[in-house]
Design a protein around this ligand. Sequence first.
Ligand code: PLP
Length: 353
Amino acid sequence: MATATLSIDLDAIAANWRALDRLSDPSTQTGAVVKADAYGLGSKRVARALAEAGARRFFVAVAEEGAAVRQALGPGPQINVLGGHMPGDTEMIQDLDLTPMLNSVDQITRHLESLPGHPFGIQLDTGMNRLGLEAPEWEAVAPLVLEQGPELVMSHLACADEPDHPMNAAQLAEFHAMTDGIGVPRSLAATGGILLGPDYHFELTRPGVGLYGGRPFVASHPVVGLSLPIIQVREVEAGEIVGYSCGYIADQPRLIATIAAGYADGLTRRYSNAATLWDGETPVPIVGRVSMDLITADISHLQQIPRALDILGPMQGVDDLADVAGTIGYEVLTSLGHRYARRYVSAATRGQM
Ligand SMILES: *Cc1c(COP(=O)(O)O)cnc(C)c1O
């Protein structure tokens, strides 16, 4: 039995990075967010492809992720840790030359005491209320912190995927109020912020999802394909059931294909009787419940039994699938399981694992 295959187009990721880079002024640097194993696609391969495209500043969520990226990239590129400097991370931050984005007075103290002179950045809270120093805290520590020469001062937008949301302008104003005149490179924009225009770009942008073909960067090149092999095909009579809980009852004789992937592979049960698979350009409905390792689909209308059906590909992207499940492309990507054979596609290394 062939295994389900996740194909990841590294050239498309590089093209998306260049396209996002072109959306800001040449004086603005474009970073790359590769947290959560590059949104589930493999941070080592992805980081290398992005470095080749020209990215020099990478962002991960936690120090362990930074270790994998450093291993892939070698010395040189800056690897920023969004979670900052956590207790127990000091050695890794030092040994692997990671740059923590300090987000509290506690973290600033920890960093300056344990690794004096080691590069760091600062994260400010401009209204999202998730991570970072708030204005009064920043005001209190800014003179001391700025003396130490931070690499970057950054904040994050809560509603950048909604261009008309008043939060965007409010956070922009707060960021200016907190940072104007500090003489340190600044960063406010992720993918959504880049699309809001030059006011939001500052010295560095930090795209993530747009690199991987997700909204709100609708002009992105598709990056992932997911092809699921058919294990078995059977005829069911009218009135027969398919799968757990009699999730589907045939209204007429049907040809049912059983497919080798399920919710343990990140294909949520919400796709039960709802999502579509594709045989080339022909839609094939999922019928019955998605189970842990198997999905059933009605292929009665196909002329030939294909070897596999696609759930992600040219006919259906991560956001289309996310819409079916009532979630976002980010979650579809980061849910993709570990059982898939991963095929990285690029002009240089076509087909390598
Ligand atoms: C995840 C994240 C990003 C990237 O966001 P996208 O919407 O995926 O572009 C940038 N900055 C911070 C702080 C993040 O947490």
